[in-house]
Design a protein around this ligand. Structure first.
Ligand code: MF3
Ligand code: CO
Ligand code: CO
Length: 276
């Protein structure tokens, strides 16, 4: 999820003039490629679940995903070397909000971890993340993960031609805050296609009816970061890892979604949620 430049951040309304936006509309052929990219990214998350257990390092999870993407799927791990990011996936544990860098530290019983995978297939990106529990998590962590998951789906279900980005943000925010959790504001979802992070920025908070209008053929991610405590975050000195300022737990789920004539199509469903 891209960082929102401070000068573009504001309390309401579009982040940039709509005329300065560079939103791409995907042709049917491009949509077909995005569909495959999305499915491949989801397949990586399906594959890695069995390895998330006490004692495994996040570096090991990265290596397993990297080898699967490169050797079995024969596609490209988009995160590797993206703006200098050193690994193929992001692993964000407990109070890490996003962009955690896989390392030698091992997971322990009760940890929660977001694994975020992006692959490039025939030039198009598929981007998705899920929460995993290591052994038995605290009840609050389960509630937090569910709030992020359900909040993401509230946002996705607001998607249809004529709806706006503000409708998505509002749907997520209203749901999450009603449970007395908070929504991170400094990082957002994004347009996606040939470019990993394209316009528009997809905020996970906002006002109904504001911002860019959704049009069939657009592709975006919805990826709310939800904190158990306050919404504020800080960036660690490695230049990537984002943590909650108050060290409270954070959770995130992400799908890549195509806007269709009638509504939306989620491109990154796992095999258990796909038909046939
Ligand atoms: N996959 C993340 C997103 O959802 C972006 C990760 S960029 C990286 O947008 F460089 F940290 F990998
Ligand atoms: Co994303
Ligand atoms: Co992602």
């Amino acid at each position: 999820m891209p960082k929102i430049p401070a000068r573009n951040r504001c309390r309401s309304g579009p982040l940039k003039e709509v005329s300065l936006m560079n939103v791409t509309i995907k042709s049917p052929e491009e949509q077909a490629r995005m569909r495959i990219a999305g499915r491949l990214a989801a397949d990586v998350l399906d594959m890695i679940g069995q390895y998330v257990e006490p004692g495994v390092s996040t570096e090991k999870l990265d290596q397993l995903c990297h080898d699967f993407i490169v050797n079995e799927q024969q596609v490209v791990p988009a995160c590797l070397n993206y703006r200098g990011f050193p690994k193929s996936i992001c692993t964000s544990v407990n109070h890490v909000v996003c962009h955690g860098i896989p390392n030698a530290k091992t997971l322990k019983n009760g940890d929660i971890i977001n694994i975020d995978v992006t692959v490039i297939h025939e030039g198009f990106h598929g981007d998705t993340s899920r929460m995993y529990f290591v052994g038995k998590p605290p009840v609050i962590a389960e509630r937090l993960s569910k709030a992020s998951f359900d909040g993401m789906w509230r946002g996705i279900e607001a998607i249809k031609p004529g709806a706006t980005l503000g409708d998505i943000g509002h749907a997520v925010q209203a749901f999450v805050e009603a449970q007395r959790f908070s929504v991170v504001r400094e990082y957002c979802g994004h347009g996606i296609g040939r470019v990993f992070h394209e316009d528009p920025q997809v905020l996970h908070y906002g006002k109904p009816g504001t911002g860019v209008e959704l049009v069939p053929g657009m592709a975006i991610t919805v990826e709310p970061m939800v904190n158990a405590g306050r919404r504020h975050v800080k960036l660690l000195s490695d230049g990537w890892t984002v943590v909650t300022k108050d060290h409270s737990l954070s959770a995130q789920w992400e799908h890549t979604v195509l806007i269709t004539e009638t509504g939306f199509e989620v491109l990154t469903l796992g095999s258990a949620d796909r038909d046939a």
